[in-house]
Design a protein around this ligand. Sequence first.
Ligand SMILES: O=C(O)CCC(=O)C(=O)O
Ligand SMILES: [Fe+2]
Length: 210
Amino acid sequence: MQLFDQHHLFNTGQDKTTVFDLPDAVVRLREQLFDKPAADRLFEALLADTPWKQEEISVYNKTYLTPRLTAWFGDAGTEYVFSGIRHRPYHWTPGLLHVKEKVEAEAGQAFNSVLVNLYRDGRDGVGWHRDNEKEFGENPVIASVSFGDSRMFQLRHKFRKELPKVNIPLHHGSFLLMAGATQHQWEHQVPKSAKPHGPRINLTFRLVKY
Ligand SMILES: O=C(O)CCC(=O)C(=O)O
Ligand SMILES: [Fe+2]
């Protein structure tokens, strides 16, 4: 069953790689790790088959619902702590294992877990943050794949406020790698958008050290 009209889903149609020349960061974009037919199939399968949940986060004794839906998958033992609560990952699905293989080949390293995010529309997003939790080791490598509607991904230096913000539109089927000191020196976000947006799924592959 087709859950979402894919006709407008934008894929650059050109598999270009861009290495961003940023101080204290290693950031690489591949426009089309998945071509449009593959991205369309994966988008539908992930949308339908993922056990989506809207997590609560506590900030200063108040609880909020995160403005996106998430699910965590990984090898047994890759527990993660979210808002003070221990979570067990779901087992890998065949679809996710297929994506993982392609992502590992492109990144040149293995991953053992993935956080899957669903941005239902323009009102969903993720605020400025770094993914530098201890369980990801010294210089975490994070590989991100996007399916569905295009959204803007932004980076800003955490300490050198004079540096300009970096805007990277992430399209259907794209791959983005963050490595080196990126998770220490830079923050990233996907801002909410006042423009209408269809759903977008993003997968961030990580290596939990345990
Ligand atoms: O949706 C994205 O492109 C980024 C998601 C993200 O930053 C995260 O899951 O930590
Ligand atoms: Fe992140």
